[in-house]
Design a protein around this ligand. Structure first.
Ligand code: NAD
Length: 319
């Protein structure tokens, strides 16, 4: 069993760590691996590293062949996720959609069955419409994504499910909530960087700025765990899974979590301008029952535990 972990960032690092802790030697594949940031999470000698690009499919094929890959996790993403896709839709569409198609086609070509890809629970929150009440005969039948990033995630879910239906790929799409967690490299999305900056400021005695809207988060270690569970699940069933904390955190909850990890932390609640589009005021919480039933997923980290773990990690790096 050899797993190719495509994209070695905030989430990919956790997937690799969990696989290593389970006794595997995963192969990481990234255009620009951040060796130092990765080494904070696992011993580099326990994984292989390939520099490659999912938009150059032969680099992918070479890695698959060289390491006799038997299953794939795909977490590669364009920089700054929603924000990045709003700024440069073409690049995001190309990477997220064609990149994912290249990954699944490579799996087909090499007889690899299981492909687990990162979707996003923006598909639960950044959607509008659906006035046609699910009647496919009406143009307005279904809600549609309201950002480029969410549109690309909807496309890859649909394409992946059709590869499963028509070509025998065992496809799973993981709808992570806004991810935050320990990661010293570049990357992550708007929310993870806002959370990390808030913790950094609170630790330095500065005022931390927290988003004004309610948010559905997931800790990166749980995002990694859900992903690894999808790699190992006997039957993937429907194939699309919500992977979140399962709660809608209000700004006051975030402030309380920060203050419980850093007593005396000063907090201001407002939406940081740069991250506004990726920090909407979320109205409902995702249903985790399918992920629980099919994958055995249950988040280990709530907001308080996640912030505590992140604070401990940030403190440990300073010492
Ligand atoms: N971070 C979040 O809040 C969040 C929330 C929901 C879903 N997701 C999804 O989870 C996945 C992982 O997100 P993340 O936060 O770990 O991202 P990240 O930016 O930390 O890591 C992505 C990695 O992909 C690599 N990459 C980019 N283009 C590549 C290419 N062409 N070929 C190979 N590697 C390439 C980057 O170098 C980077 O190391 C993404 O698909 C993202 O859309 C993230």
């Amino acid at each position: 069993m050899t797993t190719l972990v495509i994209g070695a960032g905030l989430v990919g690092a956790q997937v690799a760590r969990i696989l290593i802790e389970a006794g595997e030697r995963p192969v990481l594949f990234d255009t620009a691996p951040q060796a130092e940031a990765l080494a904070e999470h696992f011993d580099p000698a326990k994984a292989a590293m390939e520099v490659g690009d999912i938009l150059r499919p032969l680099t992918l094929a070479a890695a698959i062949q060289r390491h006799k890959i038997t299953r794939i996790v795909h977490t590669a993403a364009n920089p700054m996720l929603t924000l990045g896709a709003q700024r440069d839709p073409y690049a995001a569409i190309n990477l997220n959609i064609m990149g994912t198609v290249n990954v699944i086609e490579a799996a087909r070509a090499f007889g690899i069955k299981r492909v687990v890809v990162s979707s996003s629970n923006v598909l639960n929150h950044f959607v509008a419409g659906g006035d046609g009440s699910n009647d496919p005969m009406r143009e307005t039948a279904f809600p549609r994504p309201t950002t480029f990033y969410a549109s690309t995630k909807q496309a890859i879910e649909s394409l992946g499910l059709n590869y499963a239906r028509w070509h025998g790929i065992e496809f799973a799409a993981m709808r992570y909530g806004a991810v935050f967690g320990p990661w010293g490299g570049a990357g992550g999305g708007g929310p993870s960087n806002v959370m990390k900056e808030a913790v950094r400021r609170a630790l330095e005695g500065e005022e931390a700025v927290l988003p004004a809207g309610a948010m559905e988060w997931v800790y990166s270690k749980d995002a990694g765990m859900g992903t690894v569970q999808a790699l190992g699940a006997k039957d993937l069933g429907f194939g699309v899974f919500n992977i979140t904390m399962g709660v809608l955190a209000k700004p006051e909850d975030m402030a309380a979590a920060l203050k419980s990890a850093i007593p005396g932390a000063k907090v201001r609640i407002e939406t940081p301008a740069a991250a506004a589009v990726s920090l909407p005021d979320m109205k409902a919480v995702s249903d985790l029952s399918l992920a629980k039933k099919t994958l055995g997923f249950a988040p280990k980290y709530g907001l308080v535990e996640g912030v505590k773990d992140l604070v401990a990690w940030m403190k440990s790096r300073k010492s």
